[in-house]
Every structure is written in C-alpha cells, then in structure tokens.
Design a protein around this ligand. Structure first.
Ligand SMILES: [Zn+2]
Length: 144
C-alpha cells in the first residue's frame, strides 16, 4: 500500500488508526476476486471500530451488504455512543472511484465512502469520498 492518500492532518480528513486500516485491507483481500464491504464506526472525523460485513451477492463488480448484519451493526454503534463514519468496499478490478451503482446507492450523506482498489494487488489503493445527491467529493484519509 502506498501512503499517497495520507495528506496533511489539518485538512478535513477522516482519521483511521493503523490497526483498523490493516483490518479493512485484510477483510477486502479475503473476498478477492469478489468485492468485500464493511462499516467504520467512530465520532466526528475519527474512526474507532470496524464492522466486517458479508457481501450477500458475491460479485467481482458489485456488493450487497447483508441488511440484518447492517441493522445489528448500527444498533451496536448506537449502544456504544458511536456514529457510522464510513462505509467501505473493494473494487477488485476497477480503480478506487465510485461506480455509477455506488453513487445511486449512496444513501448515507454523512458517511465517508471508502473504496479499496486491487487493480495493483501488490499496492492496493484506498480512497475516500462523500457522495451527496449524486455529487462525488474527494475526502482525505489520515492513517495512524
Ligand atoms: Zn463500488
């Protein structure tokens, strides 16, 4: 993984501890060549916890997050006083950029959408976006 997504921490980036970052990558690698998905919980612009979700419609080009798991994860977050800060999934074959389907299914305007691309399997690329009313805005990721 190159760290070129890590920029100056004074920007409005999402902070992800290294351990969570590693778990996110490992979860995505496990599903390869299919897409993987999951959630990050935290507060404001900091992620504290990861929920690895099941892709119930395994495919190399799309994912469908198990609604029951998702419901449960959101409940656990509420109980812990945490918010949904990010929704992540992998792109085994395409760049780290939201697909038209990703955009049309982006219902959480507050959440950061993280995409992990394995176009180069040796150097996965992780990028983050806000998707609001069909508009894609790049967000910084601060790992560590
Ligand atoms: Zn996607």
């Amino acid at each position: 993984m190159t760290r070129d997504t890590v920029r100056c921490p004074d920007s409005s980036g999402l902070h992800i501890p290294e351990a969570l970052y590693d778990r996110m990558l490992a979860h995505c690698r496990k599903s390869y060549p299919d897409e993987a998905c999951g959630l990050l919980a935290g507060k404001g612009d900091r992620a504290f916890d990861i929920f690895e979700m099941t892709n119930t419609e395994p495919s190399p080009v799309s994912y469908f997050m198990d609604p029951k798991e998702q419901f449960h994860a959101l409940k656990v977050m509420r109980e812990k006083g945490l918010q949904l800060v990010a929704i992540f999934h992998s792109h085994p074959q395409s760049p780290a950029y939201p697909s038209p389907k990703d955009v049309s299914l982006a219902f959480y305007e507050e959440a950061v959408y993280i995409i992990v691309s394995f176009v180069d399997r040796e150097k996965p690329e992780m990028k983050a976006f806000n998707i609001v009313e069909g508009n894609i805005e790049v967000r910084e990721l601060v790992i560590g």
